[in-house]
Write a protein that binds this ligand. Structure first.
Ligand SMILES: Nc1ncnc2c1ncn2[C@@H]1O[C@H](COP(=O)(O)OP(=O)(O)O)[C@@H](O)[C@H]1O
Ligand SMILES: [Mg+2]
Length: 286
């Protein structure tokens, strides 16, 4: 089976082929996302985004055009230092582009990092509670119920009273994910959220994230330098070049979920993308 359609930069998946699916099928989400993209709808739109940190310095990002459709799962892939975090921070409105525009119709996107960044003196539940308060939920009982619902969603229903140091790295990332979901945004930006975890824990969290994405219909922009992770998760993989960061190439991934990191289709596409990533690195890394 051919698992992908290779797209030119800027194609934004409009010509993508997605397997027909029954409504309850996970691929239905893919269909929705492709349909939304075809109608010109977007959850995130970066247009001509250029970022230079120093006056007169070389740009880190150069003319990035990137749409994420509502409900779409996009993986942004690139070598270390190519500007992935810079791009995500701009999408999250934590930083401003030097040129170009960013549109997120939902308002602020939720953001999750490699480090869980939980407050160590608060319990898991209190960390989530804080996000709910920032969102403006005033009723204590309502917040408690919502925090418990979110913990259940990430399969940590018994963790409300646990402090971060009592939880494993994988559990802390689950709490961080629940806290991101507490913001109730329809857009989730993730910056290498599983990079510090061991392979088995990462694999479990990949499953959990896909399950959550299917259940919630969130648009996800997931940054990684791990090619297999990108292919394992995304409906689309966008490869950034280095120095300056540009959209070098993108691939639509229509391998049906559930996917495994060791699946033949996943591995084959990962090999192909890795070749392009290597080219990008050797072109700019000399
Ligand atoms: N606040 C900043 N000031 C100056 N340079 C920065 C800043 N943030 C990132 N950079 C530079 O921008 C480049 C891209 O960084 P980053 O976006 O963190 O890359 P990635 O996440 O892909 O590893 C790097 O060369 C980094 O040193
Ligand atoms: Mg980074």
């Amino acid at each position: 089976m051919t698992a992908t359609i290779e797209m030119e930069p800027g194609d934004k998946g409009r010509s993508a082929r997605v397997a027909p699916a029954a409504p309850a099928d996970p691929a239905a989400t893919a269909d929705d996302a492709t349909g939304a993209a075809a109608r010109g709808e977007f959850a995130v739109r970066l247009a001509g985004v250029t970022k230079t940190f120093r006056d007169g310095g070389a740009p880190v990002l150069d003319g990035i055009d990137l749409d994420v459709a509502p409900g779409e799962f996009v993986c942004l892939l690139g070598a270390s230092g190519c500007g992935k975090s810079t791009l995500l921070n701009i999408a999250a409105d934590l930083d401003k582009p030097t040129q170009g525009t960013v549109e997120v119709p939902a308002g602020r996107a939720a953001l999750m990092f490699q480090e869980s960044a939980l407050f160590p003196w608060l319990t898991a539940g209190q960390n989530i509670d804080l996000a709910l308060r920032l969102r403006g939920l005033s009723g204590r009982r309502e917040r408690r119920a919502e925090a418990e619902r979110l913990l259940k969603l990430v399969r940590l229903q018994d963790a409300y009273d646990k402090r971060p140091h009592q939880l494993s790295g994988g559990m802390r990332q689950r709490v961080a994910l629940a806290r991101s979901l507490a913001q109730d945004s329809s857009v989730l930006l993730m910056d290498e959220p599983f990079a510090a975890l061991d392979a088995i824990t990462r694999d479990v969290l990949h499953d959990e994230l896909v399950r959550l994405w299917e259940a919630t219909g969130l648009a996800v922009l997931f940054v990684t330098h791990n090619v297999r992770e990108a292919v394992r998760l995304g409906q689309r993989v966008v490869l950034l070049s280095s120095r300056p960061g540009r959209v070098a190439r993108q691939w639509r991934v229509d391998i049906p979920h559930p996917r495994r990191i060791e699946d033949k289709d996943v591995a084959e596409l990962a090999v192909e993308i890795t070749e392009h990533l290597r080219e990008e690195i050797s072109r700019h890394g000399r």
